[in-house]
Design a protein around this ligand. Structure first.
Ligand code: NDP
Ligand code: 8X3
Length: 253
C-alpha cells in the first residue's frame, strides 16, 4: 500500500528536499507552504519524475483557522498519513534582545511553535485513527545552544526540542513515533529570509566552509522514517564537518 507523507514548508530548502526524497521513495506527498506557484510547479515535477501523487495545500501555519480548514479538507483517500514532517519555520533578524522587533518575534513564535502545534494536534488525530504514524520535527543547533543575538529564534527551537520530548510521551501509546532532526548550518533560503532579502549578508553565512544541504537533512529524515516501527530515532544533531557548535566554524576553504 502506498504511504503518504505531509511536509510543511515544502516550497524551499529542507522541506522541498524532503518532499523530493519521499516522492523518490514512492510516497504520495502532501506539500504545504504559502507560495502557491511553487507548490503547483512541484506537483507537476514530482508527479512526472516519480509517478506518485501530490496534493498541494497552500496555507499559512501561523493561522489557526487556515490550518484547521486545510487539514479538515484533506480528501478521505489522503487521510492515511504515515509521516508528518514539521519543517515550516524561520528566523527573522539577528539583534540583541533590547533591539529586537516585536513583529519578528510574533512571526517566529507563531510559525515555529504555534504552527508546529496546530499541525501536530490535527494530524496526530488522523494518525490515531489510523493506528500509527511518525511525526518528525526539524529542530536546530539553535535549540541546543543560545548564540549571540539569536535569542527568540533560539527560544523557539528550544521549544521544539521540549515539545518533541513531550509529544513522544503523549503519543507513544497511540503507536506514533516522534523524532527531532536538529541541523547546524544548511544552505537554503533561511539566511535570506532572516536578513530580509539582504543576499550579500546571507551569502556570508555560508562563506569559507561547506554547509549542509537540504538533501543531507532529507536523507536523515527519510532514514528515521524508514526504520522498523519498533525503532525510534529520538533525536539527531547533524552538523557540517566544519561547524563544531553554534558559533565555531572552520572557515579555511
Ligand atoms: P527556507 O527558508 O529555505 O524554507 C522555509 C520553508 O518554510 C519554506 O518552504 C516556507 O514556505 C515555509 N514557511 C515559512 N513560514 C511559513 C508559514 N508561516 N506558513 C507556511 N510555511 C511557511 O529555510 P530552511 O529550509 O532552512 O528551513 C526549514 C526549517 O529548518 C525551519 O524550521 C528552520 O528553522 C530549520 N533549520 C534551518 C537551518 C538552516 O541553517 N537553514 C538549520 C536548522 C534548522 P513559504 O514561504 O512558501 O510559506
Ligand atoms: C538555523 C541554524 O545556527 O542559524 O537553525 O540557528 S542557526
Amino acid at each position: 500500500m502506498t504511504k503518504t507523507a505531509i511536509i510543511t514548508g515544502a516550497t524551499s530548502g529542507i522541506g522541498k528536499a524532503c518532499a523530493e526524497r519521499f516522492a523518490k521513495e514512492g510516497y504520495n506527498v502532501i506539500i504545504t507552504g504559502r507560495r502557491e506557484n511553487r507548490l503547483s510547479e512541484m506537483k507537476e515535477q514530482l508527479e512526472s519524475d516519480f509517478g506518485i501523487q501530490v496534493l498541494p495545500m497552500c496555507f499559512d501555519v501561523q493561522k489557526r483557522e487556515a490550518v484547521e480548514r486545510a487539514i479538515g479538507a484533506i480528501p478521505d483517500k489522503w487521510q492515511k498519513i504515515d509521516v508528518l514532517v514539521n519543517n515550516a519555520g524561520l528566523a527573522l533578524g539577528l539583534n540583541p534582545i533590547h533591539e529586537g522587533q516585536f513583529d519578528d518575534w510574533d512571526t517566529m513564535i507563531d510559525t515555529n511553535i504555534k504552527g508546529l502545534l496546530y499541525m501536530s494536534n490535527l494530524v496526530s488525530k488522523l494518525m490515531i485513527k489510523n493506528g500509527h504514524g511518525h511525526i518528525i520535527h526539524i529542530g536546530s543547533i539553535a535549540g541546543r545552544e543560545a548564540y549571540p543575538n539569536g535569542n527568540v529564534y533560539c527560544a523557539t527551537k528550544h521549544a521544539v526540542d521540549g515539545l518533541t520530548k513531550a509529544m513522544r510521551i503523549d503519543l507513544m501509546k497511540h503507536n506514533i513515533r516522534v523524532t527531532q532532526i536538529a541541523p547546524g548550518a544548511v544552505e537554503t533560503e533561511f539566511s535570506e529570509v532572516r536578513f530580509k532579502g539582504d543576499t550579500t549578508r546571507a551569502e556570508k553565512v555560508y562563506e569559507g566552509y561547506q554547509p549542509l544541504t537540504g538533501k543531507d537533512i532529507a536523507d536523515a529524515v527519510y532514514y528515521a522514517s524508514s526504520l522498523p516501527e519498533h525503532v525510534n530515532i529520538n533525536d539527531l544533531l547533524i552538523m557540517p564537518m566544519a561547524q563544531a557548535n553554534a558559533t565555531t566554524f572552520n572557515r579555511n576553504r
